[in-house]
Design a protein around this ligand. Structure first.
Ligand code: PRX
Length: 652
């Protein structure tokens, strides 16, 4: 019996609409019936080794594996003894036969400049940049940090790292120099690849300035490769900074991909946890690539003639798995866009869909809610009839936004796939198969083959249907994280100790009578602001670094557009008085320490913070205070929040 999540929440299941896969779509889909799905799922559950053995044949291997999987909780190895190269799988293997002249990457810059890289072009550029990295002293195993705008060179740099076995760590361009420095220090990156700047809403983002600030505290970085993107004046440090174009002009395009052990680290991607320091999530080569290749093909039903547009930035896991590795490993044509969705006007994405005949479109609910708010006239201005499939990721999607997306963008004919997964899971875990699964607005529906999730109590007991509980995964899967870089103990504690014997996701969920998973949001101190994952403690520690601040507590407040907004409660040291000026200074201070995405929306001064007897800040109370003035008018969301509040209460 689930004692903490309380009574039935049947009342929230007001969403009864069911959308079966369109008949025409199902006819030619990769997985085209529930029967087929169930057969696959059952096989994977009963014989994971056999199932994943067969699935790995979708990749090119240099050496076959001796053993499919080795599991000593919480550590897993997949395709043990096998060798492969991710860049060979994403590039070289498509350069033989008819795909060699197919567009791999169609890129549009914010100012309107365009570039198309065919698979052959991509191979040359990746090879050339791999040689540039080698010339900078990068060898197998060295970490390369990448801090760039959304330009083709970002993808080229990632694949070039993969080619020579140098794990990359991509840092989102919206993070500050301070945040960049913290990540570089944590993984001791040796080389940094960056750009002078990027374009966003018509302005220049001054990346290189942030880099110069960061590198004052990063002794491990020996060389910096700088792409000229904006052309504005920047400082180039003699002996350290080198122009991309100068290095590339003297490098050979020929760089054979290095055969790498299946468990060789492919990348480290930092994400926020419930403590102050971001976690370096480590993914390795074979399992990650099997997972992303397969899920991209299943969930997006990728076909040879598709044009696939993913709006995520490569600084996040979605950009890694579903802009770079998954689609390119499938030989797809990927559309990549540099800038803001509302520049020069609010129809920019729809102009891109029309211009390139995009067939598959993948974005976040926060973006869909913004499109809804802007009005459907922007979509109506363009011919969106090429679209055949729509996807969402990153946060729970409210049924209104789901239905709007399906009707206005998808013209009522495109299946909508709501995909649940995490930086840690590497690949999509729970999502409809568009040719098979009946969809309901607001649920990510069913687990993919090979994924065994459950909703449980704190002690690991399964809960009744429609009861809220914790979402866990019961069997290891190939694309799961291997550890937290440099902190295996934290990996063990955070993911494998909270609930005995299973992987703990940090999300609250419920399962309906049809088996669909309804994800409710985080049960820990992780915020999801406009699809961006942020840690309350990271923001708090940024605030207390300011000389005026004694204590700080940060909570999320429901926000109609962005899912959550950031509210900070601050007590001041003696000698400091609350003022509007100080409020703005503190907000700016957080932007400087972490990035503009973490700037508190609301910052309130208070004399004291509510605490338990043992001195823990009572966040639940603060959440109520922050949300008190809010009324979203959306009962399902409010009920979810009350269940979450109870789940979280357990933690306090
Ligand atoms: O809370 C869940 C939410 O995003 C978290 C993972 O964030 P991140 O690692 O940044 O990865 C985002 C992109 C995969 C999850 O723990 N989340 C992600 N997708 C969904 C979601 N919540 C509800 N529905 C989703 N489809």
């Amino acid at each position: 019996m689930n004692t903490f999540a309380g009574g039935s929440i049947e009342s929230v299941l007001v969403e009864k609409r069911v959308f079966p896969p369109p008949v025409e779509f199902a006819k030619s889909a990769r997985i085209s019936s529930m029967e087929e799905y169930r057969t696959l799922w059952n096989r994977a559950k009963d014989d994971p080794q056999g199932f994943w053995n067969d699935m790995a044949s979708h990749l090119v291997w240099r050496k076959p594996w001796d053993k499919v999987m080795e599991w000593t909780e919480p550590h897993v190895k997949w395709y043990v003894g096998g060798q492969l190269n991710a860049s060979e799988n994403c590039v070289d293997r498509h350069c033989v036969g008819p795909r060699r002249n197919k567009a791999a990457l169609i890129w549009e810059g914010e100012p309107g400049d365009r570039r198309v890289l065919r698979y052959q072009d991509l191979k040359r550029e990746v090879g050339r940049f791999a040689n540039v990295l080698k010339a900078q002293g990068v060898t197998k195993g060295d970490v390369v940090a990448i801090y760039m705008p959304m330009v083709p060179e970002l993808v080229i740099a990632m694949l070039a790292c993969a080619r020579i076995g140098a794990p990359h760590t991509v840092v989102f361009g919206g993070f500050s120099g301070e945040a960049l420095a913290g990540r570089i220090q944590d993984c001791s990156a040796k080389v940094l690849v960056t750009a002078d700047g990027g374009f966003r809403r018509g302005n220049i983002i001054h990346l290189k300035e942030q880099v110069d600030e960061a590198l004052a505290h990063c002794p491990t970085i020996r060389n910096v490769v700088v792409l000229k993107r904006t052309g504005h004046q920047i400082h180039m440090e003699p002996g350290r900074d080198h122009w991309w174009h100068e290095m590339a002009s003297i490098a050979s395009a020929d760089c054979p991909p290095e055969p790498l052990d299946s468990e060789h680290p492919l990348f480290i991607l930092y994400t926020s946890g419930s403590t102050g320091t971001p976690k370096g999530i480590l993914h390795t080569t074979g399992g990650y690539l099997v997972g992303t290749t397969l899920t991209a093909s299943w969930v997006f039903d990728l076909k040879e003639e598709d044009t696939y547009f993913c709006t995520a930035d490569c600084g996040w896991i979605t950009g890694h798995s579903y802009l770079v590795y998954g689609p390119l490993s499938n030989g797809a044509t990927v559309v990549m866009y540099e800038g803001a969705p509302d520049y020069p006007d609010k129809d920019r994405f729809w102009q891109i869909v029309q211009d390139y005949g995009v067939t598959i479109f993948y974005t976040a609910p926060t973006a869909i809610r913004a499109f809804m708010k802007w009005g459907e006239q922007y979509a109506r201005k363009h011919d969106l009839s090429s679209l055949r499939l729509l996807g969402t990721v990153g946060e729970p999607i409210n049924p209104e936004a789901w239905v709007w997306y399906r009707e206005v963008i998808g013209g009522g004919r495109c299946p909508v796939v709501d995909t649940w997964w995490q930086t840690e899971t590497g690949a999509i875990m729970i999502a409809p198969l568009p040719g098979a699964t009946p969809t309901k607005p607001g649920t990510a529906t069913l687990p993919l083959p090979g994924v065994v999730p459950e909703v449980v109590t704190k002690s690991g007991e399964p809960v009744e249907p429609n009861q809220g509980g914790y979402l866990v995964i019961k069997q290891p899967w190939p694309s799961m994280m291997r550890t937290i870089h440099g902190d295996d103990e934290r990996y063990r504690r955070q993911y494998w100790s909270e609930i005995p014997g299973v992987y703990f996701t940090g999300d609250g969920a419920r399962r309906d009578h049809d088996g669909n998973f309804w994800i409710m949001g985080r049960v820990d101190d992780v915020l999801n602001v406009a699809g961006h994952r942020l840690s309350t403690m990271e923001i708090e520690s940024a605030l207390v670094h300011h000389k005026a601040v004694a204590e700080a507590a940060v909570v999320g407040k429901p926000d109609e557009l962005r899912g959550q907004a950031i509210t900070a409660f601050v007590t001041l040291k003696s000698g400091y008085q609350p003022s509007e000026d100080l409020r703005q200074q503190l907000r700016q201070h957080v932007a400087h320490e972490i990035g503009a995405l973490a700037r508190p929306d609301d910052l309130r001064f208070t004399d004291a913070l509510p605490k338990t007897r043992s001195g823990k800040i009572m966040r639940r109370l603060l959440r109520d205070v922050a949300a008190g003035v809010e009324s979203t008018g959306d009962t399902s969301t409010l009920e979810d929040f009350s269940v979450l509040a109870r789940l979280r209460h357990e933690e306090e």
